[in-house]
Write a new protein. Structure first.
Length: 102
């Protein structure tokens, strides 16, 4: 499992990510028993590249709404307390190995 704060909000999704998500939902409606077909992702990439700007506008709007959501949640989110401890300059140094001597 990845390290990190479990309370941290999701990152914003791009227009392309929304497009792939809708393509995946369409594929699930066609055949719900098939799991993830990664070959379809390359097909959706080609569809995205050839798609007109008017059709992409729907996904751009979805991305803008998600960006507002993400900014709003991140404003309320405070980073985890703690972090890296500062080294005490007066602390004794560690012992040296014989392999480190010159």
């Amino acid at each position: 499992m990845a390290k990190g704060d479990p309370k941290k909000p999701r990152v914003k999704m791009s227009a392309y990510a929304f497009f792939v998500q809708t393509c995946r939902e369409e594929d699930k409606k066609k055949d719900p028993e098939i799991l993830v077909n990664f070959a379809e992702f390359s097909k959706s990439s080609k569809r995205w590249k050839t798609m007109s700007g008017k059709k992409k506008l729907k996904f751009d709007e979805m991305a803008k709404v998600d960006k507002v959501r993400c900014d709003w949640k991140m404003k309320d989110y405070g980073p985890a307390k703690g972090g890296k401890k500062k080294k005490d300059p007066n602390a004794p140094k560690g012992h040296l190995d014989s392999s480190c001597s010159v």
